[in-house]
Design a protein around this ligand. Structure first.
Ligand code: SAH
Length: 292
């Protein structure tokens, strides 16, 4: 069931039951807080109607022509709130916790990705497209691992063999796991991609896993949200981030900073790579989306 409908269902139940006592258990359930926290602003059409007759009933019986657009707006608002809650969850928990969370309710993954696509539609350039073009301009015989593949856009758009990895799989070609521990063989891939997917609080363990599965001289391509790497804005120092990856056994080949919303890093695993004894990983700031 789509979450906006389930939230609307929750409202119906409240109207019928009427009592405060019935309201509490549903709002304390795991997924309820986001929709409940997103009431329509006072200037929205349903609120105006309520004020006009003072009963609050008019909002439930809007003019016919407006019904579907009103419902669409409410649905969009509820799912937007739900997306932001899931997004914050992903940025503030470990990969294992995220994996367990989505395993309990895989539908949440669709909610997340619907919201994610909506947010990304406002970006002038999609980082995943830049990476796809980069791959197309290189070697089609390279094996690729796409860590945190989302809707597996990389696999769908290149000729290379791609292992698509994410927390949930609704497609048999996507490997569902916490990407800190993939089933891939050691030294088996030529390119490891992280496109806006270094989300968990244990993100260094994802890069360690990429290091494990990459062949010597393999490429590590990372696209990250610019604000997460903006020290003037509470983000990490991009130099410190690169330095940590160099200490993992990579060289930084190039950095592409020309895009407004994201930074791209192209690293290569050293032939005789050696992991430093202790690596000073910077904390990456969560990327929390604003309500639109
Ligand atoms: N790379 C895709 C999707 C980016 S959204 C694109 O650019 O279009 C980030 C993705 O990383 C989400 O699909 C999320 O589920 C995934 N992800 C985050 N942490 C993960 C983890 N620990 N293991 C596997 N996937 C993870």
């Amino acid at each position: 069931m789509e979450p906006p409908e389930s939230a609307a269902g929750g409202r119906k139940r409240r109207r019928r039951g009427g009592g405060r006592n019935r309201r509490k258990p549903s709002s304390s359930s795991q997924q309820a807080p986001a929709p409940a926290a997103a009431p329509p602003p006072p200037s929205s059409p349903p609120a105006k109607r309520r004020r006009k007759d003072g009963t609050g009933q008019a909002a439930a019986t809007p003019k016919r022509g407006n019904t579907s657009s009103l419902l669409d707006k409410m649905r969009a608002r509820l799912s937007g709130g739900h997306f932001r809650m899931l997004n914050e969850k992903l940025y503030t928990c470990s990969g294992q916790d995220a994996f367990d969370y989505f395993k309990n309710d895989p539908n949440l993954f669709d909610v997340y990705h619907t919201g994610y696509r909506e947010q990304m539609s406002h970006w002038p350039e999609q980082p995943v497209n830049v990476i796809i073009n980069w791959l197309k301009s290189h070697n089609a015989s390279w094996t690729v691992a796409d860590f945190g593949c989302g809707n597996a856009a990389v696999a769908k758009n290149v000729k290379n063999k791609v292992f698509s990895i994410d927390l949930v799989s609704d497609d048999p070609s996507v490997i569902a796991c916490d990407m800190a521990h993939t089933p891939l063989e050691p030294s088996s891939v030529d390119v490891a991609i992280f496109c806006l997917s270094l989300m968990g609080t244990n993100y260094p363990s994802y890069l360690e896993e990429a290091n494990r599965v990459l062949k010597p001289s393999g490429w590590l391509v990372i696209a990250e949200v610019r604000s997460r790497l903006d020290p003037n804005n509470g983000g990490a120092d991009p130099e410190k981030f690169s330095k940590a990856i160099i200490q993992l056994g990579f060289s930084l080949v190039s950095k592409d900073e020309k895009n407004k919303m994201f930074i791209l890093f192209y690293f290569r695993k050293k032939d005789k790579s050696k992991v430093a004894k202790s690596i000073d990983w910077p904390q990456l700031k969560p990327c929390l989306y604003k309500r639109r």
